[in-house]
Unconditional design. Structure first.
Length: 107
């Protein structure tokens, strides 16, 4: 009985952590999305989520309009202006050539 309880608590903790990460991502996106709509990487996406946001760095997950791939783009802030920095490996693709893992797990 103790093993089942421990397993249940661990699973509950993991699910709570995952849901908390998604909620954090949604809050950050709703607060700061307008700052990044001017970039073609974000503006041409069918949906995007801000995964990480600080005063000088942002990491944004974008899914293209036909939902065939997703990618992560990094932005840095210089002189109070956001600048596109780099594209990260680790997105996903229906063709299988870019299968990676994004946390929190949102597709």
């Amino acid at each position: 009985m103790k093993k089942i309880l421990v397993i249940f608590i661990v699973i509950l903790f993991l699910i709570t952590f995952w849901i908390g990460s998604i909620i954090k991502c949604e809050i950050i996106t709703s607060q700061h999305a307008k700052e990044f709509l001017c970039f073609k990487e974000v503006n041409t996406a069918s949906k995007f989520k801000i995964l990480t946001y600080t005063n000088d760095f942002a990491r944004i997950y974008c899914v293209n309009f036909n939902n065939t791939n997703g990618s992560v783009h990094n932005f840095i802030k210089q002189d109070n202006t956001w600048i596109y920095n780099e594209w990260e490996d680790g997105g996903w693709s229906q063709t299988g050539n870019a299968d990676g893992f994004i946390w929190p797990y949102i597709r």
